[in-house]
Design a protein. Sequence first.
Length: 325
Amino acid sequence: MEQLPSSDLKTILHSKRANIYYLQHCRVLVNGGRVEYVTDAGKQSLYWNIPIANTTTVLLGTGTSVTQAAMRELARAGVLVGFCGGGGTPLFSANEIDVDIAWFSPQSEYRPTEYLQAWVKFWFDDDLRLVAAKQLQQLRLQRLSLQWQQRALREAGFAVDTAQLDALLQSSRCTIEVAQDTTALLTEEARLSKALFKLAVDTVGYGTFSRAKGGTGTDPANRFLDHGNYLAYGLGATACWVLGLPHGLAVLHGKTRRGGLVFDAADLVKDACILPHAFLSAMRGDDEQAFRRYCIEAMTRSESLDFIIDSLKAIATTTATRVKR
């Protein structure tokens, strides 16, 4: 059987790839033409294959190293690589990189420029950037409504009060529609997030909860939220790379964060997918690995990367048409 060279692996759509890897205490290298990670078990080294053709993002946590050959193959296959801290949360930031994590994007100058051109066509207009930000937030609410009422989530123990959720989302939709600037949108985003945390706490019976920022939370739910959000940032960074959108061209978070477009993109699925599983895993007493598996399965099953890519494409094209000639 003819072996597919790594340079041809980018023909597999990122939105159809199934894997996100978080690795720690291992080495990533090329062995026999395959990208593998190596762990030590006593005197024995164990080699595990990374199917790069079916992978969007590789997060390298504490105690990891990667060879130049492995980075070459990962780049050829269009896999984004990020260095982060333990548990998938940030340990350091390097260069002019985004979301407190060192992202290394595959180098390709042959991606389509259609969506970049549409994005920059409206981006320098403050009013149109606000229009795009509102579209982003409305799409986020649509996703929340759909995902939080899924049968699979209810069967897992997250049976949210539908009437209460609908009331929260409808109130937020109205507030977003009349927002005069991005500050008002960010204020509403923070208000809704606080309400969603309370709703999730009540749904699973978690007890007292306060969202801690910057990885300072010590309770399981806070740790899982930090961990899971960085998986969503991986999807956001991948979607931006696929469409050729620079991370600095944010429509909502750009004033407060470098690489804010990754935050914007991740917001489309972060609360919809990650938040419920963070509280479910905390209640079950899951470890980080089990929680990560649930999140990746949920994002894959719901085609979250597809949704992010399609949403960014729609925002780019519809907003660009409003530019005055």
